[in-house]
Design a binder for this molecule. Structure first.
Ligand SMILES: [Zn+2]
Length: 1010
């Protein structure tokens, strides 16, 4: 079946969101009680100063406009509890040899290096993770626009087979170039697929649980399908149609991995390839960090830089430093060494870990990262046993675990003072848009329940703004909350020294009161201006004044365009036509440096900014999003917001956000063993030097990708060691260090690299790199670069590692057999390739989203989950996804399609009327008005309960209240959903999986013939 035609006139956001046409009355209204305040003079409180107060006894509070929202759901830990199973054994003989990753023109950061390691120097100033260790690294330069994220992954079933010397583990994956002709003679050799099949064996559907990689191979020439747009494409390609079911299947790979690697994963071996990120498994930490915290693109690193370069496989890690262990896994231990503080290597300042080897009867230890020897502090001394291990090794997490925490001492704290509890400040735009859409009312009516997601002692504060900025005194001793206005937004200062930040439990009544008053005060506002920059500054000044770090949650609706406030922006939406062209960077980069500078200032004060945008028009996400990007925050967008329709979404998202573990005022540092070093970083943070990743805050849902490069050849058999240290303040105000240690193998055989690749992580990294490049390259160059790199990965394998075979065969390494599929998904993804069908704001938003995604998120962002939810095959308690193609949708069924951002329910035209009745309470599909539906109706049936429960589970797993879009077969919304059926060709010219695989084959053959 052909993917439906996509109408470029229809924008995704316009279709997925109800457009609310607002007639905006632009008459500014003189706000009551505005008083010119002298700059940093003493604050003037209205009542005391005899000024007119804005805070009056509010009219009776109106209940929230949002009809019947449920209380936000508490996110729950990822369902864990898998039956422990025997983990499959993977022989990973240590090997050596290697080459540095190909510098395919990625990495937008300047590299500075100073190697070899320097002696530590006394640290002055703010807490860092320690004096610069060995090596300086290339870094994302601070005020750069756009930091972004990565792709989904697929699976690589580790090949159980013992590798033949010099051969890739029996995983020559073959998908012969698509040919419909009769297969040639011969059968696949064991461990190597892709040999021509015996007649009669072809075609063969994928076997259950795994793809049968047998395809007839075609001699090159007429039978080989061509990539659309390639010379010769067309007739030849069209006549012989490849069976997509013969292509490697992401679903098959995932299911196979679940079967072979589900259960317990013990991290007791160096360089052990973890199960796929999609596999449900339990981790036992035996000295290496769990793959939930850090994944590497490869677990066997070539000792020779040239070898790595030749393969073009990137060497990178993707870190979720603050993620939690799954339920049923051991919690992370916290070690308190008292006033002594964490024990560290004298030279590179690495922290005590299983990577330190004790010598000299336990009096000294040698660091595996830099090889320096350090004296053991007397209070930390312990005797060694007959094997040279400290006798207390198994009692100390820092000696036997991959991940653990230290309580940090004063010297790790800002201004050498123990931190106070971090605060949350809600900064609410109360201009016309937000009032009219119902947002102000909605937030205020849910504030009390939202705040219950925070610890009772966490200080909270409230600011509102339009063309002025208003602070609120919520001191519980006051009869009423008081408002203080700062009208001179060009010179922001904090007018309230007391009563602004109050522990949320203590202020509960005052907050209630205030939340009743705010909607009443602004319900008839005519103000259309909202000063974004000064509002951020106000929150930052408030935190500074109280000597706390914290987070600003900003709810903003319009392009900052006031002449009177700093940060004025011009409307660039007219440049939308530039998207997808060589000039697109002009709309994807910030139009001025104001928001970058503001972001830097916030990080300096330990402040993170989370942006929640409720725009009805262009708002310049590329520019204002910088303040979130640089502080470690996120950009959340709710265009055309209407409280009665989108209310549950924002309230759900906020509840997830507030209940997620978060680290404040953080610095992350990656140390590696000699011979390699981190060079480029991708994510949301600020880097002002080459080593320290600074974050106003980082939460459990955010990841940082780090590229690592050789700067020397490595020693064979020795391994590569990585230590990631995150210094942060907990929500309770405790300063801590979280350590993740990972030991990788080194190898001398290229085949070992290919056998130990992590495709999902490779895709995550390549996509982030592609997005980072979109600010200084062209879409065409980026696309060609990605394709060329992937072709090189596969061609080098074919040339150097695979068994000899017919030149017309496509042979894929087992771990990378989904590489063509996933690369095609990346290249058609809106974050990487969004063109004029998107608005510049949506494109920028997608780019920001991608940059903080972990590997678990990018998998389904690039290859969406498509799950049957009606009929006998629906198993909602143990859902079985199917291939993401229109051909897999059956007219008599219904399906959920989910990407982590979007959630569709597709209903076939001949769906069972009973199902319809049970889910929607109607018996005829034509009777169903799907447009206003964003939540399933509350129908009292088992099927309805199960499906609603399933959607809730998906949202909880994603920590995002994805809006539900219901699509009937042949509705126009199908055109939108079709874009997410990523195996199909899109109407705007992106190739199908089959087309792209053929194109890759051609590219590979081109390289092999050189
Ligand atoms: Zn060291």
């Amino acid at each position: 079946m052909q993917a439906g035609a996509y109408n470029p006139q229809q924008q995704l956001p316009n279709l997925t969101q109800q457009i609310n046409s607002l007639s905006i009355n632009g008459q500014p209204q003189q706000g009551p009680g505005q008083v010119k305040q002298p700059p940093p003079g003493p604050p003037q409180l209205f009542p005391q100063q005899g000024l007119q107060s804005n805070v009056q006894q509010p009219p009776q509070f109106q209940p929230a406009p949002g009809p019947g929202y449920r209380p936000p759901q508490q996110p729950q830990p990822v369902p864990g509890g898998f039956p422990p199973q025997i983990q499959s054994q993977h022989p990973f003989p240590p090997q050596s040899a290697g080459q540095p990753p190909q510098a395919n023109g990625y990495a937008p950061q300047p590299q500075q290096q100073s190697y070899p390691p320097q002696q530590p120097q006394p640290q002055a100033g703010p807490p860092h993770l320690g004096p610069p260790g060995p090596g300086g690294y290339g870094v994302q330069s601070p005020p750069q626009p756009g930091g972004y994220m990565g792709p989904p992954n697929a699976g690589y079933p580790p090949q159980p087979q013992q590798p033949i010397q010099g051969q890739p583990q029996g995983a020559n994956y073959f998908t012969g170039p698509p040919v419909a002709g009769p297969p040639g003679p011969g059968a696949p050799a064991p461990g190597q697929y892709g040999m021509p099949l015996a007649p009669g064996q072809y075609p063969r559907p994928p076997g259950p649980g795994g793809y049968q990689p047998n395809l007839p191979h075609a001699p090159s020439g007429p039978g080989v399908p061509q990539y659309p747009g390639m010379p010769g494409a067309g007739a030849a390609a069209g006549t012989k149609r490849l069976d997509p079911d013969q292509m490697p299947s992401a679903i098959g790979v995932m299911q196979e991995d679940q079967q072979s690697r589900g259960g317990v994963f013990q991290t007791n071996q160096r360089g052990l390839l973890p199960p796929l990120v999609t596999t449900k498994f339990l981790v036992e930490d035996h000295g290496n960090a769990s793959p939930r915290f850090v994944r590497s693109t490869m677990y066997s690193i070539p000792a020779q830089p040239d070898m790595l370069k030749q393969t073009a496989v990137p060497f990178a890690i993707v870190v979720n430093p603050l993620d939690n262990p799954a339920r049923d896994e051991q919690p992370i231990s916290c070690v308190d060494l008292g006033p002594m503080g964490p024990v560290r290597c004298i030279r590179c300042k690495a922290y005590m870990s299983p990577l330190m080897q004790f010598i000299d009867g336990g009096r000294r230890f040698q660091c595996l990262l830099c090889k320096a020897t350090t004296e053991v502090p007397p209070e930390y001394f312990q005797h060694l046993d007959h094997q040279g291990q400290r006798v207390d090794k198994w009692e100390r997490p820092e000696l036997c675990k991959g991940t653990y925490e230290f309580v940090a001492t004063m010297e790790y704290c800002r201004n050498n003072a123990l931190p106070k509890e971090p605060a949350f400040i809600f900064v609410l735009d109360v201009s016309y848009n937000n009032v009219k859409s119902g947002l102000v009312n909605l937030l205020c009516s849910h504030m009390k329940s939202l705040l219950e997601n925070l610890p009772s002692h966490t200080p909270v504060g409230f600011i509102t703004y339009n063309s002025k900025v208003h602070f609120y005194n919520i001191d519980s001793s006051l009869a009423q909350p008081q408002m203080v206005i700062v009208p001179d937004v060009a010179d922001m200062f904090m007018p309230l020294l007391k009563g602004f930040l109050v522990p949320r439990a203590e202020a509960i009544n005052a907050i209630d009161n205030l939340m009743n008053q705010i909607p009443a005060m602004f319900h008839d506002t005519k103000e259309t201006d909202a000063v974004l920059g000064p509002a951020v500054q106000a929150g930052m000044e408030a935190l500074k004044a109280s000597e706390r770090v914290g987070k600003l949650l900003l709810f903003h609706s319009t392009l900052p365009s006031s002449d009177l406030a700093p940060g004025k922006l011009k409307n660039r939406e007219g440049d939308r036509r530039l998207l997808g062209t060589d000039k697109e960077k002009t709309v994807l980069t910030p139009q001025n440096t104001y928001y970058n500078n503001l972001g830097q200032e916030c990080v300096g004060a330990g402040v993170a900014v989370e942006l929640y945008l409720f725009n009805n028009a262009y708002i310049d996400v590329a520019t204002i999003g910088q303040v979130a990007r640089l502080t470690g925050g996120a950009v959340n967008k709710y265009q055309y917001f209407q409280a009665d329709i989108d209310g549950p979404r924002i309230i759900g998202d906020l509840a997830y956000h507030l209940s997620r573990p978060v680290g404040f005022d953080a610095v992350m540092r990656v140390r590696t063993s000699t011979g390699v070093r981190p060079t480029d970083f991708h994510g949301h943070f600020l880097m002002q030097n080459t080593t320290d990743v600074e974050l106003g805050a980082i939460d459990a849902g955010k990841a940082i990708a780090v590229e690592i490069k050789h700067d020397d050849k490595l020693t064979e058999d020795e391994g590569v060691f990585i230590q990631i240290a995150l210094l942060y303040t907990t929500i309770f105000g405790q300063r801590r260090l979280r350590l993740h240690n990972l030991a990788l193998n080194t190898c001398g055989q290229m085949a070992d690299l290919y056998r130990n690749c992590e495709l999902d992580t490779i895709i995550n990294f390549l996509a982030k790199q592609a997005v980072s490049k979109s600010i200084d390259s062209t879409p065409q160059a980026i696309k060609e670069g990605v394709i060329a790199r992937c072709a090189q990965m596969l061609a080098t394998y074919r040339k150097q590692c695979a068994n000899p075979s017919m030149p017309g065969q496509l042979i894929l390494p087992e771990c990378l057999k989904l590489l063509p599929l996933y690369v095609n998904c990346v290249l058609k993804n809106d974050a990487v390739a969004g063109t004029q069908e998107l608005t510049p704001d949506d494109r920028s938003w997608m780019m920001y989203n991608l940059m903080t995604m972990g590997v678990g998120q990018t998998v389904h962002y690039f290859y969406p989950k498509l799950i049957p939810v009606s009929g006998p095959t629906a198993q909602l308690d143990n859902p079985l996804p199917i291939r993401c193609s229109r051909d897999k949708l059956s007219e008599d069924s219904a399906y959920i399609l989910e990407t982590g951002i979007y959630l569709f329910l597709w209903i076939g035209a001949s769906v069972n009327p009973d199902w319809l009745q049970n889910i929607f309470g109607v018996s005829n599909l034509a009777q169903l008005n799907v447009e206003p539906i964003t939540e399933l109706p509350d129908v009292n049936s088992d099927e309805s309960l199960r499906l609603r429960g399933f959607i809730r589970t998906l949202r909880t797993e994603r920590q995002r209240h994805m809006r539900l879009t219901v699509v009937r077969q042949r509705d126009k919304m199908e055109l939108v959903m079709n874009r997410f059926l990523v195996e199909d060709r899109t109407s705007d010219g992106h190739p199908s999986y089959v087309d792209f695989l053929c194109h890759m084959h051609k590219e590979i053959r081109g390289l092999l013939n050189q």
